[in-house]
Design a protein around this ligand. Sequence first.
Ligand SMILES: [Cu+2]
Length: 470
Amino acid sequence: MTSRRNFLGSIGAITAAVSAATVSRAALAGLPEPASQSTPDTMPPLHPQSGRPYNPVVTLNGWTLPWRMNNGVKEFHLVAEPVVREMAPGFKAHLWGYNGQSPGPTIEVVEGDRVRIFVTNKLPEHTSVHWHGQRLPNGMDGVSGLTQKAINPGKTFVYEFVARRPGTFMYHPHADEMTQMAMGMMGFWITHPKARHPLIEPVDRDFVFLINAYDIDPGAYTPKVMTMLDFNLWSWNSRVFPGIDSLNVRKNDKVRIRMGNLTMTNHPIHLHGHEFQVTGTDGGPVPKSARWPEVTTDIAVGQMRQVEFLADEEGDWAFHCHKSHHTMNAMGHDVPTMIGVDYRGLTKQITNLIPDYMAMSERGMADMAEMEMPLPDNTVPMMTGQGPFGSVEMGGMFSVVKVRKQQKPGDYKDPGWYKQPEGTVAFEFTGDLSEPARFKAEGGQSMPLLKQPAKEVEVQIRKPIGPMQH
Ligand SMILES: [Cu+2]
């Protein structure tokens, strides 16, 4: 235990400070010490010190829960409790989570392990833990009311089962689920194969994160829990860009990324510069004959997708949700499109009345990333992130896969920005533009209209006003 705690470094003492329900010291006697994490940084992989060996995963802006062996049983201690999660530098949210963070720590076990999980409830209301995707005895499935009594505040329950199926799973409450998941209660569970598995290839880097979403008004600290669609913070492991760490790999590494979606909508996750294959779902490894190359994979609600690729192109490769609203942070949703409208005179008049007024730019929204917008305290800009060539104009579900020749095996440190070889960066053309040669035969339309419209029609593209259904 001691060596593991030293390894993680920042694991602190029992998290009593932010707890809503008190749990007596006597009640905790004999239980595994509940490790707690105080920083949202990506922790190095937790190499197993006991039990069967395996190659550990790295949780993006997260950590793995240490365990103790007790007569051959792997014992973990989860503490459900209110937490303060830094979602991006300068922006803290008051969430509910496990062991000091939201999401909770990743649990890693090996196929065939007998696992015992103590769950202590320090929330102001009852809870339970459902082990999403696992094969287990029905009474261990964690559905309060259906398969067990809810865990009341101050109480500790025990779950025990054998991790029968290797794969990637999630855990989350199945008691007042809407509130508790909207508040950030969730975590990842990895069951590593006990021996070489025909469909689970060894990889050099194995990243995991949960896709989650919050509705926190700019300037506020606590999520609104009734929101069904109109979330304003689209996060990976309860972090938003530029708060999401990059995924740093060595050139020619075989890389696996496991992503679980616990939001209310689907997320098409897109990787630049490489093709990947979906090698597994919550249902298990995908048969090889059913895999095909992709650069985007859609992850539906309640699904896990495991992708793998060979990182053989050096560079800083964007990695993000392809729903463009999900790569933005909190914004006023009732912003009309002003592209093409010169409203400068109007803005000046309004500003005389409302000093903080700001309209959407007539040139697009990029101005907003550069402009010093008046922001309330405790929030993040809508689109931001300073890259080597200027603002990246992103927020939310966006990160970078950094592929480097020099990255050492097992080193997850950020190597900084990629320096593109000379002559390989898009550049401004400053010469004369000559008329491109055209053949008469090219024509205008390959199939000309029989009847030409009497009048030319011009349309203005306008985004919808009002609540956007993400
Ligand atoms: Cu998305």
